[in-house]
Design a protein around this ligand. Structure first.
Ligand code: FMN
Ligand code: FE2
Ligand code: FE2
Length: 400
């Protein structure tokens, strides 16, 4: 894309990533892509805010060159040291060695650790201001949104919050850069939730703290470093993030995530009956075969729904391993406070449901029913599974 003017002399100069298969080497974005939004402010002092991963560096620098010679840039603000926003720093430094890097206190230490840079580095304090001519920048430390060093940069004249990872999402830009131009809001909202559940969820408390800290700032535009720029309704993304952050410690939406895995189809038969019951209850349900769907997508559903039903067979005295992997990831991401039910098939002494309980109880999941079936389910077993789904769905819908 070419540079896009956001406000007079403030430009988007980002990069679309449609090459990387796994974000953070872990989360699939092959189909969805991601953007690394960088911003250029031209004033008496010119400033770049956040950079990009080290891809498409030619395009990145040529976008800037269309606006100002790179050697004329005075500052680069690094809100966050993760390489998706700093990867091209080394090249930038070689092209323009005089640029002063502005970072938080912890950012300075990370800059040294990751890039071994100490020259022309200036630490900005929390709420410190920087006059750049007609415009003024103010820096707000927002630790752990996403790393400990993370801050956000506020431009006071146009009331733009450059929020870096905060209020960001997956999804490469598809022509439209602003919320009001975008016809695919549903796609971006879905990918924002998946990004939240994958990247940000663990840090839900720091997210709420940051939102509280910035709550008195007048904001006209939220310009994150991933995804759309929000100018029509900037508070929409703030309320989405706030809502999701609160799901860590209070019940989420009235919906059910049904997870299952099956080696020879017995647990799957039970699952079909559970699903029938859930459907009859009217509760919104999302179903995942854990061996077919990447945990990235499963986490988004788990985060959003207050109900979880887990169906898995016993495997070598314990839980079918792919289900264990999903629950382990749910533990890492602190998927907490769920209402849950468990079912599955076993051959001789069982063990899956016990292991599931051990894994989910520390997450404060209330297990309302466990239904173990020996071998292939009978007609009665299938009826009971259907009842389990129906009653579970009703229970979720009737919760306050
Ligand atoms: C590789 C493998 C390991 C198993 N280990 C156990 C076990 O340790 N204890 C047990 O009770 N059943 C065990 N079983 C039996 C399964 O739990 C049983 O066949 C069950 O019906 C499988 O459900 P599914 O058809 O949904 O895969 C094992 C089965 C397989 C294929
Ligand atoms: Fe990050
Ligand atoms: Fe990022």
């Amino acid at each position: 894309m070419r540079p896009v003017e956001i406000r007079p002399k403030i430009y988007w100069v980002g990069v679309n990533d449609r090459f990387t298969q796994l974000f953070e080497g872990l989360w699939p974005i092959g189909e969805e892509g991601v953007s690394y939004n960088s911003y250029l402010l031209i004033d008496e002092k010119s400033v770049l805010i956040d950079l990009a991963k080290s891809i498409e560096t030619d395009e990145f620098f040529s976008q800037i060159d269309q606006l100002i010679p790179i050697s004329k840039i005075d500052y680069v603000v690094l809100n966050h040291m993760e390489p998706d926003h700093t990867g091209i720093l080394g090249v930038l430094r070689k092209i323009a060695p005089k640029i002063t890097i502005l970072v938080s206190e912890k950012g300075q230490r990370m800059l040294q650790a990751f890039y071994h840079l100490t020259e022309n580095v200036k630490v900005v304090r929390d709420t410190e201001e920087l006059d750049i001519g007609e415009k003024k920048l103010k820096f707000y430390y927002t630790p752990f949104v996403h790393w400990p060093e993370t801050m956000m940069t506020y431009e006071t004249t146009n009331k733009i919050l450059f929020s870096c990872d905060g209020f960001g999402g997956y999804g490469a830009l598809r022509g439209a850069l602003f919320d009001d131009e975008c016809k695919e809001q549903e796609f971006y909202e879905r990918e924002m939730l998946r990004y939240y559940a994958n990247i940000v969820a663990t840090f839900s408390k720091p997210v709420l703290k940051a939102i509280e800290k910035l709550s008195s700032l007048p904001i006209d535009i939220i310009a994150p470093s991933h995804g759309l720029i929000w100018r029509k309704d900037p508070l929409k993304v703030v309320s989405l993030y706030k809502k999701w952050a609160q799901y860590m410690d209070s019940p989420a939406e009235k919906g059910v995530t049904l997870l299952y895995g099956s080696m020879y189809g017995n647990t799957e038969k039970l699952m079909s009956s559970v699903l029938k019951g859930l459907s009859a209850s009217g509760v919104p349900t999302e179903v995942f075969n854990v061996t077919q769907t990447h945990v990235s997508y499963i986490l988004a559903s788990l985060w959003k729904n207050r109900g979880v039903i887990i169906g898995a067979p016993t495997y070598e005295g314990s839980l079918f391993p792919p289900m264990g992997d999903v629950l382990q990831m749910a533990t890492v991401k602190r998927v907490q406070n769920k209402t849950a039910a468990i079912f599955g098939s076993y051959g001789w002494s069982g063990g899956a449901s016990k292991r599931i309980r051990e894994m989910v109880e520390p997450l404060n999941w209330q297990v309302t029913e466990v239904f173990d079936v020996n071998g292939g389910p009978t007609q009665e077993d299938l009826q009971r599974a259907e009842r389990l789904g129906f009653e579970f769905g009703k229970k979720i819908l009737e919760q306050p």
